[in-house]
Design a protein around this ligand. Structure first.
Ligand SMILES: Nc1ncnc2c1ncn2[C@@H]1O[C@H](COP(=O)(O)OP(=O)(O)OP(=O)(O)O)[C@@H](O)[C@H]1O
Ligand SMILES: [Mg+2]
Length: 464
């Protein structure tokens, strides 16, 4: 029997025919698929063209954009809608620059301080009729090195010190004809300064008035120290007073910002002599807000008696007067004071005299709490002085007589409101570069022969 699978010619022809048909089918399928793809491509192209045309007329598209949208569709719509509408701007206060006005906008009425200062005047703003004080800034040295740093500090610190008991700086103006070399501070005007006022008062302030003044002063000093500003020239002539019993600190000519810890290269040539702390007199260059607290103590004493507390003739004499009132410094009460530049050459007496006894006898009418406050403000050791916040919390202010309401303060005729004579001679604020070494100083005679007295005659001071 012949095999069913035998390969004869007929089988071979049939096989070839089937193969051919199969290939033709394959080709036809590929051709069909190609045509379908081409059609799809054309359709897509057409659609893209239509969408592009629609986008250019409507400005919107449903096709997802390349950049991923983070906002919801609704937000997109709002954004698109608002693009055509004016949007309200968010406004907030920001410092801006503008040309300074000229001093010609003010009519000068009279000098407030004539003679040694000659720089502060009372004036009226022509446009508004408002009375102001105008201080011409000392611009020494500006011709060589630009705007003096001291003038810049005065503007910066006063500008940063907006407080009820700090004089308000209204504006900084240029000289006549817009002369930029002359710079004036325009400030609110106050009728008095405490120094000139006390010179004319028959009696010192009452204890209740002293308390009110000290609380106001303390609140302003606290504000400054909280903002890292040292005033460095607190004294009664730099404290202004209006006829409503309010005082305001002025004269930021010595002020500066300082950090914590304070810089180690501060000038010791600060603070007017009578209000200058012992560490400054001994030449320290690292000091802090406690120098202002010493001056505050001196002002406290002056308000109580209306006489400056420590009226030294020079730096050595000033130190002597301090030691006489506050006691002789020792390593125990003031660790490290011997290392201060001017302390090395001091010859100090050995004494058992304690701080406080002389102060008490000098202020017999001051209560125990008042004496304690004055004594801590006048601590030789700066670290022992209270901060301004501690001063405000002192029991002295809570005992009778209570601080007098400012509304009940008497009013006084204003000298600053008219032409006035010069104020009595008092030391001026220090000028940089004026300092000189003290040399060797012998303080050993300060308490000589008066160990048993509280107050009394003078003392001897020898330069050796
Ligand atoms: N805003 C003001 N209103 C009224 N009088 C003022 C005002 N500012 C200053 N004075 C008066 O002018 C005097 C001098 O002002 P100020 O202390 O600012 O100037 P200064 O030349 O820097 O003084 P210092 O010699 O202490 O450095 C003050 O003692 C005060 O009598
Ligand atoms: Mg002054």
């Amino acid at each position: 029997m012949v095999s069913r699978w035998a390969d004869d010619d007929e089988d071979a022809a049939l096989e070839a025919q089937r193969k051919k048909e199969k290939e033709e089918k394959k080709r036809a399928k590929a051709e069909k698929q190609r045509k379908a793809e081409e059609a799809e491509k054309r359709r897509q192209q057409q659609q893209q063209q239509q969408e592009a045309a629609a986008e250019s007329t409507n400005g919107s598209s449903e096709r997802p954009s390349k950049r991923r949208r983070l906002s919801a569709d609704q937000a997109t719509t709002t954004e698109d809608d608002s693009a055509s509408q004016p949007r309200p701007l968010l406004r907030f206060d920001a410092p801006s620059w503008g040309p300074a006005r000229s001093v010609e906008n003010f009519e000068r009425l009279n000098h407030i301080e004539e003679g040694s200062y000659g720089y502060v005047s009372r004036a009226r703003e022509i446009a508004t009729g408002e009375i102001v004080a105008i201080k011409r800034m000392k611009m020494e040295g500006s011709e060589h090195s630009g705007f003096p740093v001291t003038a810049l500090r005065e503007i910066q610190t006063l500008n940063a010190a907006r407080h009820r008991h700090i004089v308000e700086l209204r504006e900084v103006v240029n000289g006549e004809g817009g002369k930029v070399e002359d710079v004036y501070l325009v400030m609110e005007f106050l009728e008095h300064d405490l120094k000139t006022l006390m010179e004319d008062m028959e009696e010192p302030f009452l204890p209740s008035e002293v308390k009110t003044l000290m609380l106001q002063l303390g609140s302003a000093v606290e504000f400054l120290h909280d903002r890292w500003i040292l005033h460095r020239d607190l004294k009664t002539s730099n404290i202004l007073m209006n006829n409503r019993g309010e005082i305001k600190i002025a004269d930021f000519g010595m002020a500066r910002f300082c950090g914590n810890p304070p810089p180690s290269n501060l000038t010791q040539l600060v603070v007017t002599l009578w209000y200058r702390s012992p560490e400054l007199l001994l030449g320290t260059t690292t000091y802090d807000s406690s120098v202002d607290m010493w001056s505050t103590g001196c002002i406290f004493g002056e308000l109580l008696t209306k006489d400056p507390l420590l009226q030294g003739k020079n730096e050595v004499d000033q130190l002597s007067k301090i030691f006489e009132l506050c006691g002789i410094p020792t390593e125990e009460i003031w660790p490290g004071f011997r290392k201060l530049p001017n302390a090395r050459s001091l010859r100090l007496p050995r004494t058992t005299q304690t701080t406080g006894s002389v102060i008490r006898s000098k202020f017999p009418f001051l209560t125990t709490a008042g004496n304690a406050l004055l004594a801590t403000l006048l601590s030789l050791n700066p670290a022992k002085r209270p901060s301004a916040s501690e001063l405000l919390a002192h029991p002295y202010f809570r005992e009778d007589p209570r601080p007098k309401s400012t509304a009940m303060f008497p009013t006084f005729p204003s000298k600053a409101g008219q032409e006035r004579r010069r104020r009595q001679a008092t030391p001026n604020a220090p000028i940089r570069g004026e300092g000189k070494a003290m040399g060797d100083v012998d303080f050993s005679g300060i308490f000589a022969g008066r160990e048993n007295e509280d107050v009394g005659g003078g003392f001897q001071l020898k330069l050796i």
